[in-house]
Design a protein. Structure first.
Length: 122
């Protein structure tokens, strides 16, 4: 039996499993209320990306990019708050992040890979 596939289907919260990938998506959603959880999620994604099979690796890559692109978008919104448009754009960035997390959660529940983990959009 392949150890990677057994681990991916197991109940390990910290190893490269679908349960871990789902936990990271939930950490990202929770970061809207408790900011530090997003950092915990990206660290966990970095720790497991190299150990995962191709399906989970697509999720970890997607999660890492969601964190960094979201941070970039948030910084741009922060600068644009000077001209007031940044407040509206923060809402757009929040919707963007939630959509990405929901898309990832749906794919992990079906045990499918993210089709384009390096996208900047949804």
């Amino acid at each position: 039996m392949n150890e990677t596939n057994n681990a991916a289907n197991g109940d390990d919260w910290f190893g490269p499993t679908f349960l871990n990938a789902q936990a990271i998506y939930f950490l990202y959603i929770t970061s809207f209320f408790v900011g530090i959880t997003g950092i915990v999620g990206v660290v966990a994604a970095y720790m497991n990306r190299g150990k995962a099979d191709a399906v989970l690796q697509s999720h970890y890559t997607y999660q890492i990019r969601t964190f960094w692109i979201g941070l970039l978008y948030s910084l741009i919104c922060g600068v644009l708050m000077i001209v007031a448009i940044g407040f509206v754009l923060f809402l757009v960035v929040a919707v963007w992040a939630i959509v990405r997390c929901v898309k990832g959660l749906q794919a992990t529940s079906r045990k499918e890979a993210i089709s384009d983990p390096e996208t900047w959009l949804w």
